[in-house]
Ligand binder design. Structure first.
Ligand code: GUN
Length: 296
């Protein structure tokens, strides 16, 4: 079997177009423009690229983008004061503090200072608790993007066996909660799981989010399974820089029914879902109906 390739780039473009349509309608009918504030502390090169891309995508869908770049030496009190100011600003519907923060700043304290209703990353402890108890919340962008692709491919997910490899707060745990919310039978595996290959082979849906290059190989995939590769690992191959996922693509694609490539799979969905979350937060803040198909 050769797997169907799930095109995340095309899917993300569709999500962004849908968001843009909603934003245009909101402006026309209610005079409201959704706004996203992104806070970057320091000069981490990867973070600078992410923030630049987020700004461009936000503008492209017709939202207001507020960028706050702070010096690496910024103190906690100053950063918390900025978050308080953004929490109180009615033009700001979503707030994202780019991670990782410089070592002297307490990330948990900073994230938990964000108004949960504006926490478009879904990292605030209130949103984590709401998601864990099946209540309406803001949902972390990467798992939300994976869920959208899975629903699109399978239709209903109820009853399917899902294995999530990885237990991070950003991807693995929320991914498992979302799949449970769609009535999958969910297993969370990780780098220390006994006989990982056997556990993975039980999966109708296999989500790889361990951060280890090409750890999931074809022999760990059940024939016909859907494989979602969340990994983005920079490696050197024959002296050349190459981006690879947590899945060994060639061997897995030979067995799977469907698979996301790296790059061009899950990656583009993350920013698309950040925009979707900002739109959702704006609608909720204004007591308006939420856009369908863009939330969990
Ligand atoms: N750094 C890398 N990915 C992310 C993300 O999704 N959200 C935030 N806030 N920081 C990140």
């Amino acid at each position: 079997m050769t797997a169907k390739v799930i095109d995340g780039k095309a899917f993300a473009a569709r999500v962004r177009a849908e968001v843009a349509e909603h934003v245009a309608r909101l402006k026309e009918e209610s005079g409201i423009q959704p706004g996203l504030a992104v806070v970057l502390v320091g000069e981490d090169p990867a973070s600078q690229v992410y923030v630049k891309n987020k700004h461009a995508s936000t503008i492209e869908v017709g939202m207001a983008s507020f960028e706050h770049r702070l010096d690496a030496s910024t103190g906690e009190a100053e950063l918390l004061a900025l978050i308080d100011q953004l929490n109180a600003d009615p033009k700001v519907h979503g707030i994202l503090v780019q991670l990782p923060l410089p070592g002297h700043l307490n990330s948990e304290l900073v994230i938990n200072r964000i108004d949960p209703a504006k926490d478009v990353d879904g990292f605030h402890i209130s949103n984590v608790g709401l998601l864990g108890t099946g209540q309406k919340s803001m949902v972390p962008c990467t798992p939300l993007g994976c869920l959208m692709m899975l629903r699109d491919h399978h239709g209903k997910l109820a009853g399917l066996s899902a294995v999530v490899v990885g237990r991070s707060n950003i991807v693995g745990k929320p991914m498992a909660q979302l799949l449970l919310g769609d009535s999958c039978t969910v297993t969370i595996a990780h780098s220390r799981t006994k006989d990982l290959a056997e556990v993975c082979r039980r999966a109708d849906i296999l989500v790889a989010a361990v951060g280890r290059p090409e750890m999931i190989t074809g022999d760990m995939v059940r024939p016909g399974a859907t494989v979602i590769d969340v990994g983005i690992n920079r490696t050197l191959r024959d002296g050349k820089a190459k981006l690879v996922g947590d899945v060994h693509y060639e061997s897995a694609a030979a067995v799977a029914g469907a698979i996301t490539p790296v790059p061009g799979g899950v990656g583009p969905m993350t920013i698309a879902c950040l925009l979707a979350n900002t739109l959702t937060a704006c609608c909720r803040a204004n007591g308006l109906a939420e856009p369908e198909g863009l939330t969990a």
